[in-house]
Design a protein around this ligand. Structure first.
Ligand code: PLP
Length: 379
């Protein structure tokens, strides 16, 4: 059976990248590797649309976020965190472990924070040193208007703007410098199309200054060390060499496609999925949908376990289920990273077959037809 992954991380890895990573390992202090890292560092700047350093850390995305909290803030300092899903919850809890006080802006799952909420939170907490947003909340497939809210934070405070861009980078327009972002992280297994194990952290001048004053205990995640090594296209510790070799290829391909085209492709694919599931009578979960992942309500008559068993067992398609209150109620289809137009016809076709076999009634083929309509209208 041909297996196809439609989950928002890990995402599918192109075969030629897997093969490149399977070549004999090289030493990370050799010129051969330094040449690769130099190119990776340059292309990461392009990816984040910045002239600032983008650090490559050997850890998953969460490690990258932890590094940001540990290096920008100190125990006793206060930050505001928007929480509208599973990852929002994590960013509320994580800084507390290190004595950083987090003020929570709680949004119902499937909704994005508003300008007023941010302004009010800043008014109530004029001493806040940072505001943390999730550009694309993966548990709810919800996108936040980072361009607007970053401006709102800058106009109303001196707080630093921290962005979890883990499923947004590569899917949504993102301009680190132009939008006045201070810190942003992404992970290798999401829009970058390689296996898990690397986090990439961009830091503004202000954020770099803050790393010098932060008193939070840290060693491995001390970004002062990483920044110093970065200047010489080096890393303080052994990096995940194979993954850096993999991301080098992925970044070159993103650059060749053109970042604007990569964003546009994700928007197009998201539109096809939304049209496809809507045509078969399903409802979208989020009122501010992401271009990376689309959560969909399961029809009431369909049991998640049965549907998923057919989708996965018979058709080889892996999607993500719902989490917490939405477990067994929604499912999430990812279109982040290495996907093309025909993949969308495939996944909607398989969803149609699995729904039919789960007892849901609709006009078979109406979903794939809607996908094709969008694709043929393009340009
Ligand atoms: C995947 C993800 C994370 C966590 O990243 P890990 O690599 O699993 O540590 C955090 N935030 C968002 C929005 C994600 O999608």
């Amino acid at each position: 059976m041909k297996k196809r992954l439609f989950t928002p991380g890990p995402t599918p890895v192109p075969e030629h990248i897997m093969l490149k990573m399977a070549e004999p390992i090289i030493h990370h202090r050799n010129p051969e590797f330094q040449e690769i890292l130099t190119r990776v560092n340059e292309n990461l700047k392009y990816l984040f649309q910045t002239t600032q350093p983008v650090l490559t850390l050997t850890c998953s995305g969460t490690g990258g976020m932890e590094a940001i909290f540990l290096n920008l803030f100190s125990p006793g300092e206060k930050i505001i965190v928007v929480n509208g899903g599973k990852f929002g919850e994590r960013w509320v809890k994580l800084p507390r472990v290190f004595g950083i006080e987090t003020i929570e802006i709680k949004n119902p799952w499937g909704t994005a924070p508003s300008e007023e909420e941010i302004v009010n939170a800043l008014k109530q907490n004029p001493d806040a040193k940072g505001v943390c947003f999730i550009h694309s909340e993966t548990s709810t497939g919800t996108a936040t208007d980072i361009k607007l809210l970053s401006k709102v934070v800058r106009e109303n405070s001196n707080a630093m703007v921290v962005v979890d861009g883990i499923t947004a980078i590569g899917a949504h327009e993102f301009r680190f410098d132009e939008w006045g972002i201070d810190a942003c992280v992404t992970g290798s297994q999401k829009g970058l199309m390689i296996p898990p194990g690397l986090a990439f952290v961009a830091l503004s001048k202000r954020a770099i200054e803050a790393t010098k004053n932060s008193k939070t205990p840290k060693f491995y995640f001390d970004l002062k060390k990483a920044l110093k090594s970065f200047e010489g296209n080096d890393t303080p510790f052994t990096p995940a060499v194979s993954l850096v070799i993999g991301v080098d290829i992925a970044l070159q391909e993103i650059r060749n496609e053109g970042i604007e085209n990569v964003w546009a492709r994700h928007e197009l694919l998201a539109n096809t999925i939304r049209a496809g599931v809507t045509a078969i009578g399903l409802k979208l979960f989020s009122n501010s949908p992401s271009f990376a992942v689309t959560p969909i309500w399961l029809p009431e008559s369909v049991e998640w376990k049965k549907f998923n068993k057919i989708l996965k067992g018979k058709y080889g398609i892996t999607v993500a289920g719902g989490q917490d209150d939405f477990k067994d109620k929604i499912f999430r289809v990812s279109h982040l990273g290495f996907y093309d137009e025909l993949d969308m016809i495939t996944v909607i076709g398989a969803i149609e077959l699995s729904l039919t076999e789960s007892g849901y009634e609709f006009e078979t083929g109406s979903g794939t037809k809607a996908v094709q309509n969008i694709l043929s209208q393009k340009k």
